[in-house]
Design a protein around this ligand. Structure first.
Ligand SMILES: NC(=O)c1ccc[n+]([C@@H]2O[C@H](COP(=O)([O-])OP(=O)(O)OC[C@H]3O[C@@H](n4cnc5c(N)ncnc54)[C@H](OP(=O)(O)O)[C@@H]3O)[C@@H](O)[C@H]2O)c1
Length: 338
């Protein structure tokens, strides 16, 4: 089996650092590895597998001889660098939203639609964090009863908006505690002790781009009908790591909460914690730093026929970004499609 030469682009960012951590944990095989970021970070030293590596500035020639790029450097950087990497023969696995909805770009959650990887033409996209955690839960339920429509409300942690947002929650909270004035810059409203019903910019239909990502990406990954009704409200909450979601799904065929629990108990990558009588249900704090997508509060949705409600929690930096990126890379190697 050929081993790839890997480049981690955006290695100094929140997602990039988690990619390093997970590459180590999963003991991913490679022939060579390098770490890229902006000019600002060139020369910084990163530790990986007990060795020191100098971060290099990402320029088109950085991808010469590279087989797989694990990219988390933002959409505008990917728009410039992905074509350069692909031109040089690399498979570019991208965390940004730049290419997700393009027809020729597979949008993949490992363990859900692996076969789509084989159709890649150089770029493979990693879904938005809120979509990602839902897919491992929805896929087995969809296989059993077929999704008819879905309503999702997300409670998203600040780490989903990068390092600057993490710092702003901390500093804003300290300022409020000390009764000091604070000017928010990452968020448009105070994030300390508050919930903000806006993530990303507003679209013409009144939804935000983040909300429409959940709608469109879910349809693409699960190969649903293009007009399957999916409505999302995305809310930023003062949590450092871990996104939570309240989900209501109506199915074409009958499914009971007991059956849904049984299916999810056997689902790969999912852990059911569902014993409300003893206050056992998942929360963001317990999910942070771990790999599973947790599901609890599974019950019949009394507002629709054949519908189930549940609460779904995961580490947005892992399954929502870095973990799935590394898992896609592992599949690319396993399938030898690089
Ligand atoms: N955080 C999440 O939960 C999450 C989930 C899914 C997807 N994503 C996506 O992943 C990407 C990164 O997010 P993040 O949270 O890790 O952001 P971040 O903490 O701000 O890190 C950004 C990274 O990109 C690098 N970078 C910026 N401009 C660059 C350029 N021109 N050339 C090369 N490298 C450049 C930065 O390098 P320097 O350190 O040198 O500036 C840094 O390594 C974004 O597209 C984001 O939407 C994030």
């Amino acid at each position: 089996m050929r081993k790839p030469k890997i480049a981690v682009l955006g290695a100094t960012g929140v997602v990039g650092r988690h990619i390093l951590e997970i590459l180590e944990e999963n003991n991913v095989v490679y022939e060579d590895i390098k770490f890229l970021a902006s000019k600002k970070s060139a020369g910084k030293v990163l530790q990986f597998k007990g060795k020191n590596y100098k971060v290099e500035e990402a320029v088109p020639d950085s991808f010469e001889g590279v087989n797989i790029v694990l990219a988390s450097a933002g959409g505008s950087t990917s728009l410039v660098l992905a074509p350069e990497a692909v031109k040089r023969g690399a498979v570019y696995i991208d965390n940004s939203s730049a290419f997700r909805m393009e027809k020729d770009v597979p949008l993949v959650i490992a363990g859900v639609n692996d076969e789509d990887i084989r159709t890649h033409k150089g770029i493979i996209a990693n879904p938005n964090c809120s979509t990602s955690q839902l897919m491992l839960v929805l896929k087995p339920l969809h296989d059993y009863a077929e999704i008819k429509r879905m309503v999702v409300s997300t409670y998203q942690s600040v780490s989903g908006a990068g390092l600057a947002a993490i710092n702003e929650l901390r500093d804003n909270t300290i300022a409020v505690n000390n009764k000091q004035a604070f000017k928010n810059t990452v968020f448009k409203k105070p994030i300390a002790y508050n919930c903000i019903p806006q993530i990303d910019v507003f679209c013409e239909n009144g939804y935000t781009k983040e909300e429409m990502k959940v709608t469109n990406e879910t349809r693409k990954i699960l190969h649903l009908k293009p007009d399957t009704p999916i409505s999302c409200t995305a809310v930023r909450v003062p949590v450092f790591v871990g996104h939570s979601e309240a989900v209501s799904v109506e199915f074409e065929r009958n499914i009971t909460p007991e059956k849904a629990r049984e299916i999810l108990n056997n689902a790969w990558g999912v852990k059911v914690i569902d014993n409300p009588a003893d206050y056992e249900f998942p929360t963001a704090v317990m999910a942070a730093g771990t790999n599973p997508v947790y599901v609890g509060r599974i019950r019949k949705d009394i507002a629709f026929d054949n519908a189930i409600c549940f609460w779904c929690v995961a580490d947005n930096l892992r399954i929502g970004a870095a973990l799935n990126t590394v898992r896609i890379a592992e599949k690319v190697v396993e399938m030898q499609v690089f």
